[in-house]
Design a protein around this ligand. Structure first.
Ligand SMILES: [Cu+2]
Length: 371
């Protein structure tokens, strides 16, 4: 009997270990903070911008960007001879037929109908050759895809001087009920949160504005669109590479236009699930953070805040969300100029994060969740 139980226990443990965990645990927190809390302004060790703003031509990151790059290179190839050839001819003629003081008079002539017809007709043909695929691409970019059932849909709202993202549909096989929508608001002055997208999942952006005209532009995706109050404009694309992408408001909109930055994060499906989880529990973590961000750490208040948070729901997802937001907020705080700096700040962060860990481990739920 004892042997059977022992074998069963070992089997259960092995099965548990082999199965990948769907919910990220405490060990994943720092990886996700590094992924989701990327610094728009970060510099690398040699003082250069850590993530440069890439373009559609040097690093296209979506299907639309690839099309834009291809058609632009094609038009450049077709038009390049019109730029180069006249200049080469001009320089050659200047030297070949220069005045030589040998008594010869230069020839004078006016007009040549045949030549004029040819040099009008050839550029016209070139324009048509370039125009047809360009027109096709413009129509494709303007027309929303016919079958949108599996697409992600996000409402983008420009405001002086930040962006709000409302996820109206998450795409894939996800539910599209009203209660599954959620909104990521931005501080008007503060860290601009990225638009988070899934690699290879098409996204449709419905854009509008709260005030003046703005324009949502991320060059690597090959899309740029005005956002206008009282009206919706649309763009769509399929992000094809994971990564952190930078953009900028592209419509002169006022005093803060220069800092109206845009960023987007393209992640794998599993990482998007983790991000969605932490967003859904974000509001509940605010109280714990307000205790942690005080100058003096109030142990009793922290214990109360964590206990209340877990009382509202003690699941591995909620525990992960609390740990994530604590770590993520500290990561943002460490970037802001404050009284504490460098090692002192790092020590304070480590101490406060471990206080949270200890309290959470102590507040194990009846189900035995200690993660
Ligand atoms: Cu602007």
């Amino acid at each position: 009997m004892l042997r059977t139980l022992l074998v069963l226990a070992i089997l259960c443990t092995c099965a548990g270990a082999a199965e990948p965990s769907a919910v990220p645990g405490a060990a994943d927190v720092d990886r996700y903070v590094a992924l989701f809390n990327q610094d728009l302004y970060a510099l690398d060790a040699s003082g250069r911008v850590a993530t440069p703003m890439t373009g559609a031509f040097d690093a296209p990151a979506s299907d639309i960007a690839r099309d834009v790059a291809r058609s632009t290179w094609f038009s450049l190839l077709v038009f390049l001879p019109f730029l180069v050839l006249p200049q080469v001819l001009l320089i050659w003629i200047i030297f070949k037929y220069r005045r030589r003081n040998d008594g010869r008079a230069p020839a004078t002539f006016m007009g040549n109908h045949k030549l004029e017809l040819v040099w009008t007709a050839i550029p016209c043909v070139a324009l048509v050759i370039v125009g047809i695929p360009m027109w096709d691409l413009l129509v494709k970019m303007e027309a929303p895809p016919a079958d949108q059932r599996r697409d992600m849909v996000v409402e983008v709202r420009g405001k002086s001087f930040a962006w709000d993202y409302k996820y109206q549909r998450l795409g894939g096989d996800r539910p599209t009920r009203r209660e599954d929508q959620f909104e990521i608001g931005q501080d008007v002055v503060g860290v601009q949160e990225p638009l988070v997208l899934v690699k290879d999942r098409r996204v449709i952006l419905n854009l509008t504005s709260n005030d003046v005209n703005h324009a949502w532009w991320i060059p690597a995706f090959g899309v740029k669109k005005d956002t206008i109050k009282g009206r919706y404009t649309n763009i769509w694309f399929t992000p094809e590479k994971t990564g952190f992408y930078k953009g900028q408001c592209a419509e002169l909109c006022g005093q803060g236009h220069g800092v109206m930055l845009i960023s987007a994060l393209v992640v794998e499906e599993a990482d998007f699930d983790a991000w969605e989880t932490v967003q859904r529990h974000r509001a509940d973590t605010v109280r714990t953070w307000s205790v942690l961000s005080g100058t003096e750490l109030d142990g009793a208040a922290l214990e109360g805040a964590i206990a209340d948070y877990l009382k509202k729901g003690d699941t591995p997802e909620r525990r992960f969300a609390l740990r994530f937001w604590v770590a993520s907020n500290f990561a943002s705080l460490a970037r802001k100029p404050g009284e504490l700096k460098g090692d002192a700040l790092q020590a304070a962060i480590i101490a406060r994060r471990s206080a949270v860990d200890k309290l959470m481990a102590r507040t194990a739920s009846p189900a035995g969740i200690v993660n």
